[in-house]
Design a protein around this ligand. Structure first.
Ligand code: NAD
Length: 354
């Protein structure tokens, strides 16, 4: 199906929002509310055209439905994009106008942070709507979601390690962390604690300085290209999307890929190339769901221990997906999609009965 045309993508609802006074132009995409209210962040980005913004929101909202389904949340999938430059166009009046649009959906969509929006912005949005998560701790929010994102990635990685090497630990393995940002830093700490040796890279000197200081035992390589060619057991992309492309997969030496970055597969078909080369790819949206689990918990009144327990279950979900992939003879990415679709269809059916 074309992602340009909501009619052909199966979305429940796509809302175009415009507020002349503040200059707000936003699109809210609700892919599915089969499991509950749609949850997904707001991306604030200077798209080249409205068509690009629409394309992105349709893709992202569908992705959230799959992610939330596999995270075991009673939430559907949605996402919003604000078309503009966050550096220049963001203002209190714009964010509040946006909050009023979210409120007007009556709880069919809960928003949160994404690229270009921060907890402080959600605090402003929250002045107009109660259907917002990812607020600051001072405002009763869950705070920085990278804490449980990293914890969840670590759990997914343990399940992958168990599948390949027979034991759910990274002890004695060499793990390459590409991107020492908010998630990469926490992940490095979990890996070291588990007894792994870590190889890392980042384009930002401040991140390199941090790791030299915090974990002098971490080896550093120049860039992501050097990382994939290095002698590592596990590759953890924790920077931007598209880490797994044709040229990467052909040289990758790791047996497992499990990382936080969204959209790691540069194009469809890479999951098959990885499988053919005997590389186990733990699907990104499965292992990086700890962040959405953390902000979703805020809806009930944030409780870190409860959220952490839920994020720990990413270990079980990843195991289940890897088992299903073997049983059905498909790559894990395909097995994950099937499991998410089954859950949405099953619970969706129950909902219509009641
Ligand atoms: P971040 O911006 O804090 O960190 C990203 C790091 O990657 C930065 O240190 C940056 O310098 C580095 N980087 C950028 N380009 C690089 C390159 N080419 N090679 C090496 N390093 C590079 O972001 P984050 O919150 O840590 O998120 C990391 C990834 O995980 C992103 O793809 C994000 O979408 C995804 N993710 C994050 C969360 C979360 O809760 N923070 C949740 C789910 C998914």
């Amino acid at each position: 199906a074309s992602t340009e045309d909501p009619d052909s993508t199966g979305h429940e609802q796509v809302v175009f929002c415009q507020d002349k006074q503040s200059g707000l132009k936003a699109i809210i995409g609700i892919y599915s509310t089969a499991l509950g209210p749609a949850l997904g962040g707001t991306r604030f980005y200077p798209y080249a055209s409205e068509a690009d913004a629409l394309h992105d929101v349709l893709d992202l909202s569908r992705g959230m439905a799959y992610k939330n389904a596999l995270a075991g949340l009673d939430l559907g999938g949605g996402k919003a994009v604000i078309w503009g430059d966050p550096e220049k166009d963001k203002s209190e009046s714009l964010l509040r106008a946006y909050g009023r649009f979210v409120q007007s959906l009556g709880g069919r969509y809960y928003t949160a942070c994404d690229v270009g929006t921060y907890v402080a912005d959600m605090d402003v949005v929250a002045r107009e709507t109660r259907f917002v998560t990812g607020r600051s701790v001072e405002h009763g929010g869950a705070g920085d979601s990278s804490v449980l994102t990293a914890w969840g990635v670590f759990q997914g990685m343990r399940a992958a390690a168990e599948h390949v090497w027979g034991s759910p630990t990274l002890a004695g393995r060499r793990v390459g962390v590409s991107g020492l940002g908010k998630v990469g830093k926490h992940l490095t700490a979990h890996l070291i604690e588990d007894g792994a040796s870590v190889v890392a890279t980042d384009v930002d000197q401040r991140a390199i300085d941090w790791v030299r200081e915090a974990y002098p035992q971490v080896d550093l390589v120049d860039d992501a290209a050097a990382m994939v060619a290095a002698d590592i057991d596990v590759y953890a992309p924790c920077a931007l999307g598209g880490a797994l492309a044709d040229d990467t997969v052909s040289v990758l030496r790791a047996k497992v890929v499990a990382g936080a970055a969204n959209n790691q597969l540069a194009h469809p078909g890479i999951e098959k190339q990885l499988a053919d080369r005997g590389v186990l790819y733990a699907p990104d949206y499965v292992v990086n769901a700890g962040g959405v689990i953390q902000v979703a918990d805020e809806i009930e009144g944030f409780n870190f221990e409860r959220a952490k327990l839920r994020a720990t279950r990413i270990y079980d979900t990843t195991r289940e997906i890897l088992r299903l992939a073997d049983a059905e003879g498909v790559p894990p990415a395909v097995a994950a999609d099937r499991l998410a679709e089954r859950r949405m269809a099953e619970i969706g059916r129950l909902r219509t009965i009641h």
